[in-house]
Design a protein around this ligand. Structure first.
Ligand code: 2AM
Length: 194
């Protein structure tokens, strides 16, 4: 999967389903007219992070690969139903603008399984509690971003639930114009839908 001896910045995520991706892309077109002080996430790259792994060795990723296969064969496709927008740490001084989910319990359970598997193969445990979200934008200049934050707050995509039927192990490269995410492996969620 990763053959060099280098360590690879990586994470495990659910890719954003297609209708929601399109809805986010349309909203961006409106928001981008007045966007200042933020960096939008490329909708083509949009994902829900289940576990951020950090710098990983090829050996660690191989061991995790085996565990992710097991999780995927015992987990069914998960429902992705967009909810409201939010801000980390808060709307007053937002650093990250995101979209939350409705009825995310199966995704929370999946994230817990991925977290446990990652810990078992030697990755650092996550200190923060899991908060399922799709990052829409990262705020670079909070003062300048006030107008954007007002537009994003209260937006809700007008589409129903969609199923996501794979988890993806991504490599993440930090480039001068933002992060580039490249799938290293895909795992089909082929278990039964609960
Ligand atoms: P996000 O899910 O809120 O967008 C790759 O960097 C992905 O892993 C990003 O999507 C990012 O945030 C997520 N991530 C989670 N914890 C991270 C951390 N400590 N450092 C960098 N990225 C992290």
């Amino acid at each position: 999967m990763v053959t060099s001896a280098d360590r690879v910045r990586s994470f495990v995520a659910l890719p954003c389903p297609s209708q929601l991706r399109a809805s986010i892309a349309r909203a961006f077109e409106t928001w981008k007219v007045s966007s200042q002080g933020v960096r939008w996430v490329d909708p083509g790259n949009s994902h829900l992070t289940l576990k951020f792994l950090g710098d990983a060795s090829a050996d660690q990723l191989d061991r995790l690969d085996e565990r992710l296969r097991t999780i995927a064969t015992t987990t069914g496709p998960v429902e992705f139903h967009a909810g409201e927008t939010g801000a980390f740490p808060n709307w007053k001084r937002p650093r990250v603008l995101w979209l939350g989910l409705v009825g995310a319990e199966p995704i929370v359970a999946l994230a817990e399984a991925v977290e446990a598997a990652s810990r078992d193969v030697g990755f650092e445990p996550e200190q923060r509690s899991f908060s399922p979200h799709l990052t829409l934008a990262r705020v670079k200049r909070p003062q300048a971003a006030r107008g954007v934050a007002r537009a994003v707050r209260g937006w809700r995509p007008s589409i129903g639930a969609e199923l996501v039927s794979e988890i993806v192990l991504y490599r993440s490269d930090l480039l001068s114009d933002g992060a580039r995410h490249t799938p290293l492996a895909r795992y089909e969620l082929s278990g039964r839908i609960e």
